[in-house]
Design a protein around this ligand. Structure first.
Ligand code: ZN
Ligand code: ZN
Ligand code: ZN
Length: 377
């Protein structure tokens, strides 16, 4: 087992200050009067602040042009908030239990105007704001600013590369272990253990889709006992130093059937073709089209039942999406998955997934394990 490399350089208060400033400017250009960010990935990315528990108590960051960023927190969480690296670039305000947080929030916003709000803001908080500010309106941040976190800087790319390397190490270990006769959940537990051993602080998913279970792309793992001859989809990832990994390989328990080999080969070609299409200026949807064309050509178009990929960063699924209709052009520093698959209901599935980053001249894989069909015990 090889240990993975050194920890990344910490983000500085200047990093967070620059992110808040650029998002405020993007919001202004998008015609918004400001941005309201509640706890979750956007808040972590903008400020480094992640409340230990996300509760019914209102926490929100307000970004508005010509105004210092302000983080409103419950009084009891003030020390935690002030400890965040990004806190040096903002003003912390608090509200105490027994007072009305929306009345306090009201003073931070305009009486009227349009605001972007975190996708995952609790409905009760948005309703609370609308109640005290009836002439304001709101848009989801990913609708208003879909590319807000899409382009990664050097430090973010280094973290994504470390997470990818750890996921690769996990794959190289898991294929040495026994599959036949064990439950999917046991193999999934091994994947989670390995991800942590190789440095992940959080495991988000450990898909083990054996035989017919592999035909459901979002099957996680259940009590099915893995059989000889099964194709097994392994899709796993989580966070390391705050940045995501997400990789998929499909393996076979013993000699694969002719059909498993054939389907695997088509998916491998589709993944490769899509990877080769990556370069700045190409629309996201083009990546999907290229992968889909290979699979359609081979006669399995109806069995490729999801988009080709998703962005990755401080979360394992985020914009940009490699999907028909997404016309955003690829830009250097974007990171996303390329994960075509073929799903034969009731029988088996095959998916191959790498995280890819866009460079000045093309694409670079952050996952580098072999794409061949591995035979496991
Ligand atoms: Zn998914
Ligand atoms: Zn995945
Ligand atoms: Zn994925």
């Amino acid at each position: 087992m090889t240990a993975t490399t050194q920890p990344p350089v910490p983000f500085t208060r200047e990093d967070y200050g620059a992110r808040m400033a650029s998002v405020t400017e993007e919001a202004r250009r998008a015609g918004l009067d400001g941005i309201i960010v509640t706890p979750g990935p956007d808040l972590v990315w903008l400020t480094g602040y992640s409340p230990t528990a996300i509760t019914e108590r209102l926490t929100m960051l307000v970004l508005r042009p010509q105004q210092r960023p302000t983080l409103l927190v419950p009084a009891l969480e003030r020390p935690d908030a002030e400890g965040a690296e990004g806190a040096a670039s903002l003003e912390v305000r608090d509200w105490a239990d027994g007072s009305d947080p929306y009345q306090v929030a009201r003073d931070l916003l305009n009486r009227e105007g349009r605001f972007g709000v975190s996708d995952s803001a609790w409905a009760m908080h948005l309703l609370g704001l609308q109640h005290v500010l009836p002439r304001t309106s709101y848009r989801a941040i990913t609708q208003a600013l879909p590319m807000m976190r899409a382009i990664k800087d050097e430090n973010e790319l280094a973290r994504l590369a470390l997470a990818g390397t750890a996921a690769d190490a996990t794959y190289r270990e898991i294929i040495q272990l026994r599959f036949e006769g064990r439950r999917e959940t046991e193999v999934a537990a091994d994947l989670a253990r390995l991800l942590r051993e190789f440095g992940h602080e959080q495991v988000d998913f450990t898909v083990v889709g054996s035989g017919p279970n592999g035909a459901n792309p979002h099957h996680e793992a259940d009590l099915r006992v893995i059989q000889h001859g099964d194709a097994v989809v392994l899709d796993f990832g989580g966070l390391m130093h705050g940045y995501g990994s997400d990789t998929t390989r499909t393996v076979c328990v013993g000699e694969p059937s002719e059909e498993v080999r054939k389907v695997h080969d088509i998916v491998r070609q589709a993944q490769q073709a899509a990877f080769e299409a990556v370069r700045p200026g190409v629309a996201c949807q083009e990546i999907d089209r290229v992968a889909r064309a290979v699979i359609e050509e081979a006669g399995y178009g109806q069995q490729f039942i999801h988009r080709t990929g998703h962005g990755i960063g401080v979360t394992t699924h985020e914009p940009p999406y490699m999907v028909e209709g997404e016309e955003q052009p690829l830009q250097p520093g974007m990171c996303f998955s390329i994960e075509p698959g073929i799903y034969l209901a009731g029988r088996f599935g095959v998916r191959i997934e790498d995280i890819v980053t866009v460079t000045e001249s093309g694409g670079e894989r952050l996952n580098n394990t072999d794409h061949g069909l591995a035979i496991v015990r």
